[in-house]
Design a binder for this molecule. Structure first.
Ligand SMILES: Nc1nc2c(ncn2[C@@H]2O[C@H](COP(=O)(O)OP(=O)(O)OP(=O)(O)O)[C@@H](O)[C@H]2O)c(=O)[nH]1
Ligand SMILES: [Mg+2]
Length: 439
């Protein structure tokens, strides 16, 4: 992404709505708004009503304009936010006039990219912007809000400062001693590394839950034909989206619905009943069902005959057995099985509880900062490995200070990658591309 020019984009989705927000950022932003509007000057951070006109002088809309002068803005550049009526024709006309006056249409995530480049936020905060926008639950939004407000950055920056101090101590030690001295570093040096390692490990321990809230899980409803998979899916979805019939082999396509369970987005998939079949279309459905099952976090294996509990073949998946049609057989005795009746709407709550137990969903804690991306986990794991290596080296006498310093520098490098101080350009670009245009 290029910076230095002026960009413009709609910050709200195209469509019909009460208002739409269009954003400009860059050196020409205020000049452009002065040319578009009947008002010819705006105060910093004061929302002002103004008529917007096109280049022929015709009124486009009555809008609310707020200017944020550099550096006190989201991007650190001059930013103008224009709230128009939410109509695609108005939005397009304003974007058209702005581009005619020299602005360029922004790429996805370009406003946040500029905020990052201008030091308004680091890379973990920029990731949190993307994750916050895509959050599907209150819990997930709160977790990202915490990162965005700098909680994770604070811990990482403290780790960074401690590592710099430790490396400086080592360098000082190496300067004063030609010999590879041992013992001189003192107990507190090792204790400091221990402290950093404990803190890093405890952050790494939050990843599993953080990712659950952020990304969610997939649950595939599987089983033989006619056992009530689609009926269960409809109960979960609270609609009759899937066709239910007493003919085995009804479902062919995979359909899905997302439900939030204790703040975790859980995507349920209804699939074709698994059986040998000569029907080409059903065969395709069975193939798709088996494929979907392979990628599931949990398989809900439905059956309807209490004497015929299915045998699991895919050992990789976590499986929950669900015995349906309780209203017909009245058998509640099968151990470790969730007994349900779709026609009597009984047992879905128990299934949700079992899902929570199976993937260990705990209530999100407001005091915890959760890691939530693979990138964060990978960089911090690398940091932890380097800290561990430095500890191991310190226990070998005589201590090789240079090697210890090398491992600590590598640990520091991992934190810098995490914060975006030394991150490869393609990784940075990927992070910002996951944002929407206008953010
Ligand atoms: N009595 C009773 N019938 C049920 C129950 N759940 C589903 N059924 C019936 O069982 C039949 C099959 O239901 P579906 O939900 O279509 O079954 P399925 O597993 O999706 O079937 P396929 O898509 O063909 O694999 C229908 O006639 C449903 O009305 C239940 O709890 N009790
Ligand atoms: Mg079905």
């Amino acid at each position: 992404m290029i910076i230095g020019d002026t960009i413009v984009a709609a910050a709200t989705p195209f469509g019909y709505s009460g208002i739409a927000v269009i954003r400009l950022s860059g050196p020409e932003a205020t000049k452009i708004i002065n040319q578009i509007s009947t008002q010819n000057s705006f105060n910093n951070r004061v929302a002002t009503i103004a008529s917007l006109k096109n280049l022929s002088g015709e009124t486009v809309d009555q809008a609310l304009v707020t200017c944020f002068f550099s550096p006190e803005s989201y991007t650190g550049e001059d930013v103008v936010e224009i709230s128009t009526h939410g109509n695609p024709a108005i939005i397009n006309e304003v974007l058209g006039v702005a581009t005619d006056l020299g602005a360029r249409l922004a790429e996805p995530g370009e406003f946040t990219y500029r905020a990052f480049i201008n030091g308004k936020m680091d890379l973990v905060q920029a990731e949190a912007v993307a994750a916050l926008i895509h959050s599907k639950s209150e819990e997930s939004a709160k977790i990202q809000q915490k990162i965005l407000s700098g909680d994770l950055s604070l811990v990482l920056n403290q780790t960074r400062s401690s590592l710099i101090n430790l490396i400086s101590t080592l360098e000082h030690q190496m300067d004063i001693s030609e010999e590879e001295a041992s013992g001189e570093l003192g107990v507190s040096f090792v204790e400091n590394i221990d402290g950093l390692q404990t803190q890093t490990q405890s952050l790494l321990g939050t990843f599993e839950m953080g990712q659950l809230f952020n990304r969610g899980i997939s649950v595939v409803i599987s089983g033989a034909p006619n056992v009530g998979k689609s009926s269960l899916f409809n109960l979960i979805a609270n609609t009759d989206r899937a066709i239910v019939s007493d003919q085995p082999g009804t479902t062919r396509d995979v359909i899905d619905v997302e439900v939030i369970i204790s703040g975790v987005p859980v995507r349920f998939f209804d699939t074709a009943g698994i059986r040998e079949t000569g029907d080409a279309i059903e065969k395709e459905g069975v193939g798709r069902a088996l494929e979907k099952k392979l990628s599931a976090d949990i398989v809900v294996l439905v059956y309807d005959d209490p004497s015929q509990k299915p045998i699991i073949r895919d050992e990789n998946n976590k499986t929950i057995f669900v015995l349906n049609k309780l209203d017909l057989h009245h058998n509640r005795d099968n151990k470790g099985v969730i007994h349900i009746s779709c026609v009597e709407n009984e047992g879905v709550g128990r299934l949700f509880e079992k899902i929570k137990q199976t993937i260990n969903i705990k209530k999100a804690s407001a005091d915890t900062t959760y890691l939530s991306t693979e990138r964060q986990f990978a960089s911090l794991s690398a940091c932890s490995r380097f800290l561990q290596s430095s500890k191991n080296l310190l226990s070998v006498q005589p201590v090789d200070l240079e090697l210890v310093a090398f491992e600590l520098c590598e640990a520091l490098g991992s934190i810098d990658v995490l914060l975006g101080k030394t991150t490869a350009e393609d990784i940075i670009n990927n992070i910002f591309k996951s944002l929407c245009v206008g953010k």
